[in-house]
Ligand binder design. Structure first.
Ligand code: HEC
Length: 178
């Protein structure tokens, strides 16, 4: 009887563990998918190092010093006067009850404070997932490498060729027995 109870408890624990591991896995997938779908890649590149994109020079997400809350806010609100767009629909609406982004509403976004709207809006949970993705998979990482590239694009992508070690092409030894 005791044994049965223990077994049941172990099973429940094991299932709980599997469940949370799965939830973490799908959260990570949502983050990566969002990073691609919302076109963070367009400006920050898949590896997050940025470079000159159509939004101006995007800062490196590998070198960023921001914490989770600041990343969530930057993605939600964009950054006035830069190429970083806002990803939450309606955050600057003039008639909204609250103005969570720098206390700005649409009428404040003129001139140097212009904020572009993202081409693809995100839901708050997607913004959190993409922030976690940046924190775990990009921020603080050194130079992009093959394993990361393959994790992003999949095994077969030619984009990742440049990260493969160069193989020296050895000439076949000439045969003397022809
Ligand atoms: C249209 C181009 C563009 C897109 C799309 C874009 N960004 Fe940006 N992002 C920028 C630029 C430009 C900056 C630099 C802003 C500045 O100079 O302060 C920036 C800055 C940031 C920063 C602040 C970094 C720091 O250290 O201050 C974060 C975080 C960020 N982007 C995350 C994202 C994420 C996540 C996505 C996708 C959901 C995304 N960006 C999509 C252009 C873009």
């Amino acid at each position: 009887m005791m044994f049965r109870v223990n077994l049941a408890a172990t099973l429940v624990m094991a299932l709980g563990f599997l469940g949370s591991a799965q939830a973490e896995e799908s959260e990570a997938q949502l983050g990566r998918a969002t990073y691609a779908r919302a076109n963070c890649v367009g400006c920050h590149k898949w590896h997050g190092n940025g470079g000159g994109g159509y939004g101006g020079a995007a800062l490196s997400l590998r070198k960023t010093q921001l914490d989770r809350e600041q990343i969530v806010k930057t993605v939600t609100c964009g950054r006035p006067g830069t190429g970083m767009p806002s990803f939450l629909r309606g955050v600057y609406d003039d008639d909204a009850k609250e103005h969570p982004c720098y206390d700005f509403s649409q009428k404040d976004l003129t001139g140097d404070n212009h904020v572009a709207e993202a081409g693809t809006f995100l839901r708050p949970n997607e913004i959190e997932a993409v922030a976690d993705y940046v924190l775990k998979n990009i921020m603080g990482h050194g130079d992009p490498n093959l394993a990361e590239c393959v994790a992003f694009f999949g095994d077969t992508s030619r984009v990742c060729e440049i990260y493969k070690p160069k193989t020296s092409h050895q000439m076949p030894t000439p045969s003397t027995q022809n």
